[in-house]
Design a protein around this ligand. Structure first.
Ligand code: ATP
Length: 360
């Protein structure tokens, strides 16, 4: 008998509900008669904060903790802010609450989509950026110290041994998994160790963890040089691992390389929980227009299925993830062009094409 898994769904704000609903439909189609997903739609986000004063209700946290996995679309609205001016970002609270320390941002080209690079190797990218997701410069959120006379502001970056060790272990494990499938077997630590002591500390922990993984090559790169190389020769990368803020910035660069924010999925993974969501935000500029590209959402759904399959040793889930990714590839190879890339296809067209491309 096929198994059932409880999935917490947070559609959030802006284009969030427009892309999560078709994602649920596509996931059901690839699972077909296999494992069932028991969905719990949960309120959270900037709209919820505006209406109720709460961005991430405790009842949502209880359901999220009890779920086998969490699928989140996007949260935040530019005009809805906390009294101190910060945007509402319960997805960041969720990462910290559930200790989702490793943010996986795969940068894999989808055939036929095309990117901004003229070199044909730019259309065959396949590397992964792993972003620390619970501390770093984001640890200063909500704790900025502004001088009483208004003359300065200070945010603090936090790097801990425990979060760094588990982050680097996840990066080396990922490199080994990729190497088993023909990958390069290289992990690059991206930092600014030449300027800030916190990054020198980060790098020293990377070196310690690297010593336990002699089968994987360890490299180092300063973040500025990495930005340059991600545009100049991104095909040379395998696994990049970095601090929270650097990862936030570089993952948008990675998304641009594969055709835009609407193509880039992500997974925030901890030891006991995981949240899957597109790299992009709520795209308020196109919300309600039908122009949203749901591909990153679909690919985040595929990552959820694969992670659940690994965790529960359920091959049917891994096969469904493969089917979903293959359907996305086929749909774009057959000529889909998202509005992001100047084409005519929005959420309805892309969803229909992916559904039609699913093979059983
Ligand atoms: P955040 O700070 O939450 O990451 P953001 O304000 O930086 O969000 P996004 O919401 O990611 O930015 O949007 C950046 C740009 O990319 C916008 O022009 C938006 O319309 C576009 N965009 C983002 N996601 C998509 C998508 N799924 N489909 C089409 N365009 C998108």
């Amino acid at each position: 008998m096929s198994r059932s898994y409880r999935i917490a769904l947070l559609s959030g704000d802006g284009i969030g509900p427009e892309i999560l609903e078709p994602c649920v439909e596509v996931m059901a189609a690839v699972l077909c008669d296999g494992p069932k997903l028991d969905h719990r739609w949960l309120p959270a986000g900037a709209g919820h904060y505006r209406d109720t004063g709460e961005a991430l209700p405790e009842s949502t946290m209880v359901e999220a903790r009890a779920a086998d996995a969490i699928l989140l679309a996007a949260m935040g609205l530019p005009e809805v802010r906390y009294p101190d001016g910060r945007e509402i970002a319960p997805q960041l609270d969720l990462r910290e609450e559930l200790q989702l320390y490793a943010g996986f941002r795969p940068v894999r080209s989808i055939p036929g989509v095309g990117g901004p690079l003229s070199d044909p190797r730019g259309d065959r990218l396949d590397f992964v950026l792993i972003r620390e997701s619970t501390e770093g410069l984001f640890a200063g959120r909500g704790r900025t110290r502004i001088a009483a006379d208004g003359s300065s502001a200070e945010d603090t970056m936090v790097i801990t041994r425990s979060a760094s060790e588990r982050l680097f272990r996840a990066a080396f494990t990922e490199a080994r998994r990729r190497k088993d499938r023909g990958g390069q077997g290289v992990v690059t630590c991206v930092d600014k160790a030449n300027v800030l002591g916190g990054f020198a500390y980060f790098r020293s922990i990377f070196d310690e963890v690297a010593a336990d993984h002699p089968d994987i090559e360890a490299r180092w790169s300063y973040v500025d040089a990495t930005a340059l190389n991600l545009v100049r020769n991104p095909w040379d990368h395998d696994v990049l691992v970095t601090e929270n803020m650097f990862g936030d910035i570089l993952s948008d660069l990675g998304a641009a390389l594969i055709g835009g924010m609407g193509m880039a999925p992500s997974a925030d993974i901890g030891d006991d929980a995981a949240v899957f969501q597109p790299c992009h935000g709520t795209a308020p500029d196109i919300a309600g227009t039908g122009k949203a590209n749901p591909t990153a959402m679909f690919l985040s759904g595929a990552m959820l299925l694969r992670w659940l399959g690994d965790r529960h040793d359920d091959r049917a889930l891994a096969e469904a993830a493969d089917r979903l990714e293959a359907a996305v590839d086929r749909a774009f190879t057959s000529g889909l062009r998202s509005t992001e890339r100047g084409g005519p296809d929005g959420v309805t067209e892309i969803t229909a094409a992916v559904l039609a491309a699913i093979e059983h």
